[in-house]
Ligand binder design. Structure first.
Ligand code: C2O
Ligand code: CU
Length: 508
């Protein structure tokens, strides 16, 4: 269970005072756990990590250094690699000037560990610490980021990967298993005008990174020709990036923290929406190749990872990959694995109409959090401060909660009535996408984030098996900050924190 020095008001005040003198003290008694996980699964172990969130400066390429907020001084933060069945115990030290939390994106953990300020906990004040405990129950690729003003905090560099390896090594075992985290930085401009479907304000995101480096500064991927390679692709940014492994067919072996078995080989660019993960496997080819982005913009050309044998020299110029620009990106909904969606008796069905509109059109839109109320956001994005992102015409916290009971089989129908893609994310659960525009998905996939393109209707299904109060929101976090959030609330489950305690009108 989350143990935080911030849980009790009196404690929080004392700690905040300590923090200003720079100490986070090791001897402070944490508030005792009120539930949650206390021991690993049989065969697992307790894995402890310390993550310190603090301001720093990062070097993104030879010319570009920028102020950032980071875990343990690096962007991305440390890769947390654990085994299925381990108890993961993370102590967060907050050395930021503001309150923060850590959310374990995609992990199906107890509600109190979910790290959502204003919903599952109060933010951890500057100078304070908090401890998160959860079992790494499903092998796959996850990530972590703050869930307090996260459109700002994550954007400044507070993110990292969490990899849960299977309890027994997979057969065959990849010789290389590496995480590639894709992000953008507001060091623009990217291009004028922005590509169709892109928010004009997003043009300030003019520098793309992979594992915190851009262009020639990106660390090459060293793979022995003929060896089996697993890459875990994570998009922590706000734009969709289509990643392509030039010269080699790949199989998708994982979606959003869940293995995918029997996937067909593909050479298509792989679209990765904000917060999505795709794990791919392939046999390393001989020669110099690259993993690179396709979107036709200049910053995308700097998002590439040279791939070559150990010891081989990285050429000054990578092989030209322009010729592939015409190749269609993969449609995940059509990706074949040999499985097919089974009908189930659905007990609850919710329809969420997603849209963007002017604040004046939104009932209660002025009283809730929009861009204007997000500290620091105005300077980072040209997004119109009057724009609201709505669910059924409302902005959070006025959106209607989805009320479910344990055991419910729930469908959510996302109807995108707007002009921008919305990567919709559900906390605490994995869902199965059922259909897009009435066409069934070709395979059973477990995901926690699904891209809902403009004009599209996407239906997902999940089993309500994890009581609590959970966020459901767009992971283009500017959209979440401007209203596109709802709660999935289990009947009878206590809400562990209130927005008033978060000091923020919106928890995301
Ligand atoms: Cu990765 Cu609610 O977030
Ligand atoms: Cu959105």
């Amino acid at each position: 269970m989350l143990k935080s020095t911030a849980t009790l008001l009196g404690v929080a005040l004392v700690i905040a005072a300590c923090g200003s003198s720079g100490g986070t003290g090791g001897s402070r008694a944490l508030v005792p756990p009120s539930g949650g996980q206390t021991a690993p699964m049989p065969g697992g172990s307790v894995r402890t990590f310390e993550l310190t969130a603090k301001p720093t400066t990062v070097q993104l390429d030879a010319r570009t250094s920028t102020a950032a907020w980071a875990f343990n001084g690096t962007v991305p933060g440390p890769e947390l690699r654990v085994r299925q069945g381990d108890l993961v115990r993370v102590t967060l030290h907050n050395q930021l000037p503001v309150g923060t939390t850590i959310h374990w994106h995609g992990v199906e953990l107890p509600n109190g560990e979910d790290g959502v300020a204003g919903v599952t906990q109060d933010p951890v004040p500057p100078g304070a610490t908090a401890q998160y405990d959860f079992i790494a129950n499903v092998p796959g690729t996850y990530w972590y980021h703050p869930h307090q003003h996260s459109a700002e905090q994550e954007d400044k560099g507070l993110y990292g990967a969490l990899v849960v390896e299977p309890a027994a090594p997979p057969q065959p075992t990849p010789q290389t298993d590496k995480v590639l985290i894709v992000d953008e930085w507001p060091l623009g401009p990217r291009q004028q005008p922005p590509p169709p479907g892109d928010d004009a304000g997003m043009a300030v995101y003019g520098l793309y990174t992979v594992n915190g480096r851009s262009g020639a500064a990106v660390e090459p991927l060293r793979v022995a020709p003929g060896s089996l390679v697993r890459l875990r692709l994570v998009n922590v940014g706000f734009l969709v990036h289509s990643l392509h492994l030039h010269g080699t067919p790949v199989r998708i072996v994982g979606t959003d923290g869940h293995d995918l078995v029997g996937g067909a080989a593909t050479t298509a660019p792989l679209p990765l929406a904000p917060a999505e993960r795709l794990d791919i496997e392939f046999t390393a080819p001989a020669g110099v190749w690259s993993v690179h982005a396709h979107d036709g913009t200049a910053p995308a050309s700097e998002l590439r990872v040279p791939m070559l044998a150990p010891g081989a020299a990285v050429p000054a110029v990578l092989p030209d990959t322009d010729w592939e620009a015409a190749q269609a990106t993969l449609d995940l909904a059509a990706y074949r694995t040999g499985t097919s969606i089974q009908p189930r008796l659905v007990s609850k069905n919710f329809t969420l109409n997603l849209n963007e509109m002017d604040a004046s059109q939104v009932s209660g839109g002025s009283s809730s959090g929009g861009m204007g109320s997000m500290p620091g956001m105005g300077s980072m994005s040209g997004m119109d401060a009057n724009l609201r992102f709505t669910i059924n015409g409302k902005v959070f916290p006025n959106t209607t909660s989805l009320s479910v009971a344990t055991g419910d089989v729930v469908t959510i129908t996302f109807v995108n009535q707007g002009k921008l893609v919305h990567p919709m994310h559900l906390h605490g659960h994995a869902f199965t996408p059922l259909s897009t525009d009435g066409h069934p998905w070709a395979s059973v996939m477990l995901k926690d984030t699904v891209a809902v393109p403009p004009g599209a209707t996407v239906v997902v299904r999940f089993v309500a098996n994890n009581p609590g109060v959970w966020m459901l929101h767009c992971h283009e976090l500017h959209h979440a900050a401007a209203g596109m959030d709802a709660l999935v609330a289990y009947q009878g489950a206590p809400r562990l924190a209130q927005l008033a305690g978060s000091g923020s009108p919106v928890p995301e």
